[in-house]
Write a protein that binds this ligand. Sequence first.
Ligand code: KG4
Ligand code: ZN
Length: 335
Amino acid sequence: MYVLGMESSCDETSAAVVEYKDGVFEIRSNIVASQIETHRLYGGVVPEIASRAHIEAVTSITTQALETAGITLSELDCIAATTHPGLIGALLVGVNFAKSLAYGNNIPLVSVNHIHGHVSAAYLADKELKPPFLALVVSGGHTSIYVCESYGVLREIGTTRDDAAGEAFDKIGRVIGLPYPGGAALDKLAYEGDSKAVKLPSPALQHTLDFSFSGIKTSALNYINSCSQRGEEINRANLAASYTKTIVDGIVKQTRAAIEETGLGQLVLAGGVAANSHLRQALARMCDDKKVRFTVPPRELCGDNGAMIAAAGVFEYLDGRLADTSLNASASDEM
Ligand code: KG4
Ligand code: ZN
């Protein structure tokens, strides 16, 4: 079967065609229009601008996705759109576009949860992957550990009580003058510094699998402020290295505990922050130690993209959860 996946929850407009045959996925196209350059001017995503940019891009991105795949609308078995969570105005662009395309061409429509999409990117990368497994989703809006019990079914066993890891990276990146989004720039800068130079609190909470990133963010800001009050120049590389190491160690600690608690022998890392090289390496080492199979999608499938939404859409379709023209979007985790 062929599924068109549409993603517009934040600052990427994406459409992709994914083929699913005999239990194996193949990406036929995955076109992503990023708005990062536009939002960089403001140091973060401006929701109103994001919605307008999605409107401008959605038609040509979808046309390109179909053309690159060599698939016509009449050959599609289903259209899958991200409906939640995300920026409501941004989501509505993709959802309404998908609804019109589905209705006008008589194609079945399904709703996809963005987090399920991120986890489903792992099926595109790893043909052997089957539930149950542990999924760690680390993105700009989420930091959570789930048990993926079966295709499309995630049970949360740990989550952040405040900010997400991506937000924490972006915030400090911005304060030390790195271009938005700070995550990727901090990742590189961290290789140039001493990770023991700045003492910061762990984001891993005790006696639970939950996280809190507000403490480490505040500590890093206090460090920056006290340096500037003393007239000292901040060693940005040392801060990047210490901040990254403390966050990565905290995430690895909770993930190791989740593996021990559930006894699961497979871990999936997903979400935009899964592109972080320090996190990928540290989790790979820990999984090696614990003899746990580790899957992380290639970087281009970690950030927001339509292919991951199409993959998640396949399971919605096969489970018969079809949507109709009353389909709406929601900013929150639940519809
Ligand atoms: O999944 P995503 O594309 O959007 C959301 O659903 O939130 O994640 C975006 C987040 C941003 O916070 C960005 O800074 C972060 O992923 N990110 C990284 C890296 N590449 C992207 N964070 C750390 N290291 C990276 N290499
Ligand atoms: Zn995302």
